[in-house]
Design a protein around this ligand. Structure first.
Ligand code: AMP
Ligand code: ZN
Length: 462
């Protein structure tokens, strides 16, 4: 397999250190609902894990849960996100973390995102983080200020190598003004001292306090994966601060490279812009469900773009994905319930196409394209069997396709009518009868009637 390594900015042949691929992925900060952008990054992680498995690799993956230490900015400014959420929601930080961790994993399940072998909570690893900071201090990379222990980036020669920033070209920015005791603007907190009112705090050699955000990933990766491991992944926003700081801490501590391949998923935009609460465009998977989409419609939407390309989310785009997925199910059904067979050479050719696409830096859109071409062949159970191999990576539950699907996606009916009928069915399922009625009226106006059946619905021309 080849992967694009952010560190070298090149596609490189993947050569794992040992028999089991060791991988670490930055997990969610569990202070709020994960939005669809966050979930795109975890769909990417899932595709990576599935792609490796398809190529015969065994995996040992760690996903962390950030339940302390992530301040409002990715730097060292603002309040701890958990503490802020706790104050606003009148719950303890532990209750907040438990609740949103539960929602996160339930969203993952809905999206067919498999679980990493190890789920590591930051709050379960405070001692490992303290030990890490103590060693960095002993080695001369850390210094104490009134409010915490900081990493001195000027002592680490390669600071900036992942994002390719040059420290001497950077002006002392506003960060240094906020914390005048910092020696360099890019120095970052390893440990923060807590005042008596701070909710989450632990004993440490520097008094009561709590860890900086970056240290958790370095400490937990080392604990579970060893000094050097194969793959570290996350979203592109982590490149300039979080991952740069992880590299600084880990390589300063170990005196050598600790991650061989850095993989980053591009962002999801909404209506070509940033997702933000103030714009009211931070949708969650539940929001999409309430609007009549299934989580797998969203997964299909994500599969259409390569993970290194920004993906612009629009409801028109999601409608398109919904229709395509319904058509895909319908095409699968044709093969599943046939008794035909296909030339083994064709099957082999398409198996190779799958492996080649996945092995080329996870080219999922290409694999999906091959699947569509394959399905255009005469109905055959061999094609169905191969489609299930494709689905080991795509994760679209193609094995669950049943006969009823064709009724829902009758190809003689215009696409917009099928979408309306599906939305109506979903509205009915969520007991939103007012919307279901108005959707039925809309369908009637277009000249069709929708009839409920045991399996779903049937559409007829009036
Ligand atoms: P957080 O919970 O903020 O730590 O983010 C969880 C993951 O979502 C990280 O890997 C981020 O890089 C990623 N992420 C945040 N915003 C987006 C976005 N708009 N599109 C894709 N990934 C995102
Ligand atoms: Zn991390």
């Amino acid at each position: 397999m080849k992967f694009y390594n952010t560190l070298s900015r090149k596609k490189e042949l993947f050569e794992p250190i040992g028999k089991v691929v060791t991988m670490y992925a930055c997990g969610p900060t569990v202070y709020n609902y994960a939005h669809i952008g966050n979930m795109r990054t975890y769909v990417f992680l899932d595709l990576l894990r599935r792609g490796l498995k398809l190529n015969g690799f065994k995996l040992k993956g760690v996903l962390n849960i950030t339940d302390v230490g992530h301040l409002l900015s990715d730097g060292d400014e603002g309040e701890d996100k958990m503490v802020k959420a706790s104050r606003e929601r009148k719950m303890t930080p532990w209750e907040i973390a438990k609740y949103f961790t539960g929602v996160f994993f339930s969203d993952c399940e809905k999206l067919n995102i498999g679980k990493s072998e190890i789920i590591a909570l930051a709050t379960d690893h405070i001692q490992e983080m303290i030990d890490y900071v103590v060693t960095l201090e002993k080695k001369g990379y850390a210094y104490e200020t009134d409010d915490g222990i900081y990493f001195d980036v000027s002592k680490f020669e390669n600071y900036g190598k992942l994002s390719r920033i040059k420290l001497d070209e950077q002006q002392a920015g506003k960060r240094v003004k906020i914390n005048t005791q910092k020696r360099n603007p890019y120095d970052f907190a390893l440990w923060k001292k807590a005042d008596a009112n701070h909710i989450m705090q632990w004993e440490s050699p520097w008094g009561m306090g709590y860890p900086g955000w970056h240290i958790e990933c370095s400490a937990m990766a080392k604990k579970y994966l060893g000094v050097t491991f194969d793959i570290h992944s996350g979203g592109v926003d982590h490149i300039p601060i979080h991952h740069e700081n992880e590299i600084a801490q880990s390589e300063a501590l170990e005196g050598k490279k600790t991650v061989n391949y850095w993989l980053h998923g591009e962002f999801m935009l909404v209506d070509s812009g940033k997702m933000s609460k103030s714009l009211g465009n931070t949708y969650t998977i539940s929001d999409l469900e309430q609007k009549g989409y299934s989580p797998l419609d969203f997964r299909y939407f994500c599969l259409n773009a390569h993970y290194r390309k920004p993906l612009n989310f629009t409801f028109d785009g999601l409608d398109g994905a919904k229709i395509s997925l319904a058509r895909l199910y319908s095409a699968i059904e044709k093969h599943k319930f046939s008794s035909g067979h296909t030339d083994p050479l064709i099957i082999e050719e398409y198996r190779k196409k799958l492996i080649n696409a996945i092995s080329d830096d996870l080219n999922i859109p290409l694999a999906l394209g091959h699947l569509w071409t394959l399905l255009k062949n005469e109905p055959s159970v061999d094609i169905y069997a191969l489609a299930l191999e494709y689905d080991k990576v795509l994760g679209l539950s193609l094995d669950k396709v049943e006969k009823s699907v064709e009724e829902k996606t009758n190809i003689d009916i215009p696409e917009n009518v099928v979408v309306l009928a599906q939305k109506r069915l979903d509205a009915k399922k969520s007991k939103d009868f007012a919307s279901a009625d108005s959707l039925r009226n809309e369908i009637t106006t277009l000249g069709y009637v929708v009839v409920d059946t045991k399996e779903g619905f049937e559409i007829k021309k009036i």
